[in-house]
Design a protein around this ligand. Structure first.
Ligand code: C5P
Length: 214
């Protein structure tokens, strides 16, 4: 039985990939499964928090006892997050939000022809960065950084740029895996290496860092 140290705390978690529609039947997305975010939501609920899970499309079932807000696109996720963010004590950006969407959505199915097809993409909003911008000093913000190269250096830059309290840095190899080997980096640039563990256990490890901030 765990100590319910998140009792009474409102926590928002984004999870999963986003889907950026190309036409009525096609979309751009990524290989995120949502496992880490759902594990964080389930763990937060077990620790007594009021949990809001904003999730892109996944094959996972929403953990019991959490407010579940399913979304598709990055813009949908942005809207859902910012109707809730103000009331949150803690927010964790775990979603693999698509950085780009189609510049123009095609309302009818795109027909093939013999030549190449070129898509123009436009930037999606950075949801976590916007949370960092709006963050009040008593709110705690945690983000993730999945990097193929220069993991620590890039994660530190993101921590700063997005005004986070903590960033969880992992290699891109973690996508779709049940376990993950990560580093925690805080605002004071302390780096903590976390040994490989199941995402369910890692979720509790991440939430335990909140103990010192509460
Ligand atoms: O900049 P990068 O995408 O690597 O940052 C990763 C972190 O930012 C993750 O916590 C992710 O959930 C969040 N993010 C976001 N909105 C975006 C892109 C990333 O919330 N458009």
């Amino acid at each position: 039985e765990r100590e319910k140290f998140l009792e009474g705390k409102n926590i928002l978690i984004t999870a999963g990939p986003t889907e950026e529609a190309i036409d009525p039947i096609r979309y751009l997305s990524n290989r995120s499964t949502g496992k880490m975010g759902y594990a964080l939501a389930a763990a937060s609920a077990k620790l007594g928090a009021n949990v809001t899970l904003v999730s892109g499309p996944t094959n996972l079932e929403a953990p019991s006892g959490v407010e579940f807000i399913p979304v598709r696109s990055a813009n949908d996720m942005y809207e859902a997050v910012f109707t809730k963010f103000e009331k949150m004590d803690i927010a964790i950006g775990c979603a693999a939000v698509a950085d780009y969407r189609m510049k123009e959505y095609s309302a009818s199915k795109i027909k093939k022809n013999d030549g190449d097809l070129v898509f123009e993409l436009t930037r999606n909003p950075d949801i976590l960065m916007e949370m960092g911008r709006r963050k009040q000093k008593e709110q705690i913000l945690i983000g993730f950084a999945a990097e193929s190269d220069n993991l620590i250096e890039n994660a530190m830059k993101k921590l700063e740029k997005k005004n986070l309290n903590l960033i969880v840095a992992n290699s891109t190899n973690a996508f779709g895996n049940d376990s993950n080997e990560v580093f925690f980096i805080d605002k004071e640039k302390n780096i903590l290496e976390i040994p490989q563990m199941k995402k369910d256990d890692l979720a509790f490890k991440i939430l335990e860092t909140l103990k010192i901030n509460l």
